[in-house]
Design a binder for this molecule. Structure first.
Ligand SMILES: [Zn+2]
Length: 480
């Protein structure tokens, strides 16, 4: 009988892949222990009956798989203890294979829990439970993410609550999602990041607690930049406010025309087509003050096209002076903002970074909330932070440089495999190993991490298969 499971040391006696909606495999494990798990005595075991155990395995041929296992029991002649056959591939819960858990962990991050549950034939909450434990374990490793050089801080509403997202704006990765945007909740996470030269600059929008949090955590030397989109947005809002007030005084036909065409006013003049430019020209006759505000908006945007901070500040002053007194009230909000955040607004010209990536992630979060109302804050955080895309893009992924010679893109699946199989991470293991200079490598160097020699062999074998290198090469590279 061919081994449909593809697991070494397993004997498949029956496999029924065709007629059912699930694969149903009957199998037994061929490795028998020689050591008593109770007293440790060797070669004093005898067989003591069997029992049936049903476990879930990874889907095969597009269908969920169940394995009916005939599991051996043993009794020890020395201590009379009885115990069940240890099975390396089965999870300690006794309901799933370890590789199924790894499969669920990996897939639950990228896909909906429901689709993964359907795929493997378990309940949704089984998938979400495995996902939660996985995220907790990844968080505990704690060393996956390095401090961003350019940190973006922004808020995002999740299930009606204001949360805070921290991103690496140049690497375009999500660093962290916090359930609050209060200063006292942000400071600890900032303090946990390493100091300069790691963080070179922080990009925020105009929310005082962010600035105070950065200063409390790192002092006032770290440059803070206001995302310039939030600044120029205020000029657009001035135009919108005036347009709305115009609408309320115009006759119905004009009101509808202004409302329907309001996007024309929000666009940059250079981006308008011929029709749009004609409309602006017509409105200039009909609503001269509205178009004057529009032109001031255009001039304000143009300030952000210069590359020099000094020039930008000069042009802002000129812009203020050019404004007719009667139009000042429309730009009150904008002027107040630039006034309150002067140094941060113009710091953009020293550090031209924006929160464009952060805002893009906010749109993704909004989609996750809209299409997955059951997704909790923790679920959204885990899916964003540990998505393959996020991890793959991390040149900051801690082990990247060390494993570069082997192929960093192959690291992640191995991490998943290592965790699924042994509940440890490869990088974590090697890190710990290297930090212990006195480790006796002649003996079993993995013993302190809970590896048995057999597991080490297996670990090495899987590594070789996956990376096409041997364990010695990995260790050698990890010491580079
Ligand atoms: Zn015993």
């Amino acid at each position: 009988m061919s081994n449909i499971l593809g697991l070494r040391d397993w004997e498949v006696s029956d496999a029924d892949p065709d007629i059912r909606i699930e694969n149903f495999v009957t199998a037994r494990y061929t490795i028998h222990p020689n050591t008593c798990t109770a007293c440790g005595v060797v070669d004093e075991l005898y067989k003591h009956g069997t029992y049936k155990l049903e476990v879930r395995d990874v889907p095969t041929l597009g269908k969920p798989t169940r394995i009916l296992i005939t599991r051996q029991r043993y009794r020890c002649r020395a201590c009379r203890a009885t115990f069940a056959q240890p099975m390396a591939e089965i999870d300690s819960s006794g309901t799933m294979t370890k590789r199924l858990i790894a499969y669920i962990q990996e897939n639950a991050i990228e896909r909906t829990f429901t689709s993964v549950a359907k795929d493997v034939g378990v309940a949704d909450n089984t998938v979400s439970g495995i996902f939660d434990n996985y995220i907790t374990a990844l968080d505990k490793m704690g060393t996956l993410f390095q401090t961003p050089e350019y940190l973006g801080i922004d808020e995002i509403q999740i299930h009606g609550k204001m949360c805070c997202i921290l991103t690496n704006v140049t690497e375009r990765t999500v660093y962290e999602l916090l359930p609050s945007r209060k200063k006292e909740d942000i400071v600890p996470i900032l303090k946990s990041l390493r100091l300069p030269p790691m963080v070179k600059c922080v990009c925020i929008d105009m929310w005082k607690p962010y600035k105070l949090a950065v200063q409390e955590a790192w002092g006032e030397e770290i440059p803070i930049v206001i995302d310039h989109f939030h600044v120029v947005k205020l000029a657009n809002e001035a135009v919108e406010t005036m347009r709305k007030s115009k609408s309320s005084t115009e006759n119905k036909v004009d009101r509808i025309s202004l409302k329907r065409r309001h996007r024309t006013l929000l666009k940059r003049y250079n981006d308008l087509d011929r029709e749009g430019r004609t409309r602006i020209a017509e409105w200039k006759v009909k609503y001269p003050d509205l178009i004057h505000v529009y032109e001031l908006k255009e001039q304000f945007y143009a300030i952000w096209e210069t590359t020099s901070r000094v020039e930008a500040e000069v042009r802002y002053q000129q812009w203020l002076q050019s404004m007719p007194k009667e139009l000042l009230p429309w730009f009150k909000e904008l002027m107040r903002a630039v006034d309150n955040w002067h140094s941060e607004v113009f710091a953009y010209f020293d550090h031209p970074i924006t929160n464009a990536y952060t805002e893009a992630m906010n749109r993704i979060i909004n989609l996750m909330v809209r299409y997955g109302p059951a997704n909790s804050f923790e679920t959204i955080r885990g899916k964003l932070r540990y998505s393959k895309r996020n991890l793959r893009r991390l040149s900051t992924y801690q082990s990247h440089m060390r494993y570069d010679a082997i192929g960093a893109d192959k690291l992640l699946p191995f991490e998943v495999l290592a965790k699924g199989a042994y509940g440890v991470s490869l990088s974590g293991t090697i890190e710990s190993l290297l930090s212990q200079s006195s480790v006796d490598t002649e003996a079993n160097p993995y013993a302190e991490f809970g590896f048995t020699e057999a597991e080490l062999m297996d670990y090495g074998r899987k590594t070789e298969e996956l990376w096409d290198v041997d364990m010695n090469t990995i260790l050698k590279h990890s010491k580079l």
